[in-house]
Design a protein around this ligand. Structure first.
Ligand code: ZN
Ligand code: ZN
Length: 386
C-alpha cells in the first residue's frame, strides 16, 4: 500500500530512531528521575539547531525552533517516564534495570517527537514558533503541572498544544481522536469518621454511581481501603476510607464530587460522628477543543485516509492522562496512535509483557510534521484557522 510522501520519507529514518527508542527502553527512568533521558533529548535537539531549555519542571526539556516572522506558535508534548514494573516482554533490548520498565511506550513517544524534530529542523517549512515539550512524570500525574508551575506557557507561549499516545489493539497506521472528552478524570477521597460504626458509610457511597449517574455515562467510585479498629475485642473509635473516583465527562465528575461530599456529611451527621474529609483532584477529564481537533483530523485524513482515522473510544475505557491539565490551560488535541494487535505491541500498557511498536514511529512523526506545517502554514490554507 502506498503511503503519504511524508510517511515514506520518515520511514527511511525508522531504523535510526528505533535504535534511539530501544536505548531509552533499556534505560527506563521513573517520574522526575529522567536525567539520562532528558540529557539525550537535549543533546539531539541542540545538534539539530533548537534552542534548548533543560530543567523545566524538574527533568523536563523544551526545544524551541523559530522560523519566519509569524507570531503564531504551537506546542507538541511527549512524555518520557517509565513505570515501577519488572519487564517480562522477552525482547532482546529489555530493561537493564530491575523494577523499572517502559511499559506505557513513553520511550516510543519520545523517539517519535525526536524523529519529527529532526525533520522539521531540516525542512523548516513553517512560519512561527515550534515548542517541543518533553515532559517528565506523566504516570504519577504530576509532570504536566510541574512544567506549567515552572512557567511553561509563559516562557514558551503556545497557541495550541498537542500530544499522542500509542494504543495497543489499534492497527499500526491507524489513529483515533475526537472532539470533546477522551480520557477519564481521576480523583482520590480520604474520609475519617470518628465515632462508633464509621464503616456504615460504605454502602451509601457505593450506591452513588447507580443512583446518580445516567447509564449512558461511565463512572466508577471504588473503595480502595476501609480500615476500622485494631483488635477484635475493641470497638473502633474511627474508620478510615479511601475512595478512587473516575468519570469520563466533566459534568459527571462534578456530580460525583458533590454527591460524595453530601452523602459522607449526611452519614456522619445521622450517626453523630465527627468527619475529616479531603477530596483530592489528581487529573481532570481530558477534553479536546473543536477547532484544534478539526485541524488534527484534517491532517490525519490527508496522511492515512478516512478509513484509518477512528473517532469511537472503546466502551469502558477509563484511562487517565495528565496532558488533560495542559488542555485546561490551552486549546489542543490528544490523539491515539495504533500500536498493533499482536505480540508485545498488542499487550495492554502497564503490563510486564508490553512493548512499543517501532513500526509506528514514521506514522507518529509524520503526524507531528504535517500538523506543524498546517498550524504554522507559510501560505493560506483552506479551512485552517487563521
Ligand atoms: Zn501509563
Ligand atoms: Zn502512557
Amino acid at each position: 500500500m502506498s503511503q503519504h510522501p511524508t510517511i515514506e520519507r520518515l520511514a527511511a529514518s525508522t531504523e535510526e530512531f528505533t535504535r534511539i527508542r530501544r536505548d531509552l527502553h533499556q534505560h527506563p527512568e521513573l517520574g522526575f528521575e529522567e536525567a539520562r533521558t532528558s540529557a539525550i533529548v537535549a543533546g539531539y535537539l541542540r545538534e539539530w539547531g533548537y534552542e534548548v531549555h533543560e530543567g523545566v519542571g524538574g527533568t523536563g526539556v523544551v526545544g524551541v525552533l523559530r522560523q519566519g516572522s509569524s507570531a503564531r506558535s504551537i506546542g507538541i508534548r511527549a512524555d518520557m517516564d517509565a513505570l515501577p514494573i519488572d519487564e517480562a516482554s522477552g525482547v532482546s533490548y529489555a530493561s537493564q534495570h530491575a523494577g523499572r520498565m517502559h511499559a506505557c511506550g513513553h520511550d516510543g513517544h519520545t523517539a517519535i517527537l525526536l524523529c519529527a524534530a529532526r525533520e522539521l529542523a531540516a525542512s523548516r517549512n513553517f512560519d512561527g514558533t515550534l515548542n517541543l515539550i518533553f515532559q517528565p512524570a506523566e504516570e504519577t500525574l504530576g509532570g504536566a503541572v510541574a512544567m506549567m508551575d515552572d512557567g511553561l506557557f509563559e516562557r514558551f507561549p503556545c497557541d495550541a498544544v498537542y500530544a499522542l499516545h500509542n494504543a495497543p489493539g489499534l492497527p499500526v497506521g491507524c489513529f483515533l481522536t475526537r472532539e470533546g472528552a477522551l480520557t477519564a478524570s481521576s480523583d482520590r477521597v480520604s474520609i475519617r469518621l470518628v465515632g462508633v460504626g464509621g464503616h456504615g458509610a460504605m454502602p451509601h457511597l457505593q450506591s452513588i454511581v447507580a443512583r446518580n449517574v445516567p447509564s449512558t455515562e461511565v463512572a466508577v467510585v471504588s473503595v480502595g481501603m476501609l480500615k476500622a479498629g485494631e483488635a477484635a475485642n475493641v470497638i473502633p473509635e474511627h474508620a478510615d476510607l479511601r475512595l478512587s473516583v473516575r468519570a469520563t465527562r466533566p459534568e459527571v465528575r462534578e456530580l460525583l464530587k458533590r454527591r460524595i461530599g453530601e452523602i459522607t456529611r449526611g452519614v456522619a451527621a445521622v450517626h453523630g460522628m465527627e468527619l475529616q474529609y479531603e477530596y483530592e483532584e489528581l487529573v481532570p477529564v481530558l477534553v479536546n477543543t473543536p477547532e484544534e481537533t478539526r485541524l488534527a483530523r484534517q491532517v490525519l485524513t490527508e496522511l492515512v485516509g478516512p478509513q484509518r482515522l477512528l473517532s469511537e473510544v472503546p466502551s469502558g475505557f477509563l484511562g487517565s492522562e495528565d496532558f488533560a491539565w495542559m488542555l485546561e490551560r490551552r486549546p489542543g488535541c490528544y490523539i491515539a496512535l495504533g500500536n498493533g494487535d499482536s505480540g508485545p505491541s498488542g499487550c495492554m500498557v502497564h503490563n510486564p509483557g508490553y512493548d512499543f511498536n517501532d513500526a509506528a514511529i514514521p506514522f507518529g512523526a509524520a503526524l507531528w510534521v504535517q500538523l506543524v506545517e498546517a498550524s504554522l502554514c507559510t501560505s493560506p490554507r483552506s479551512g485552517a484557522p487563521a
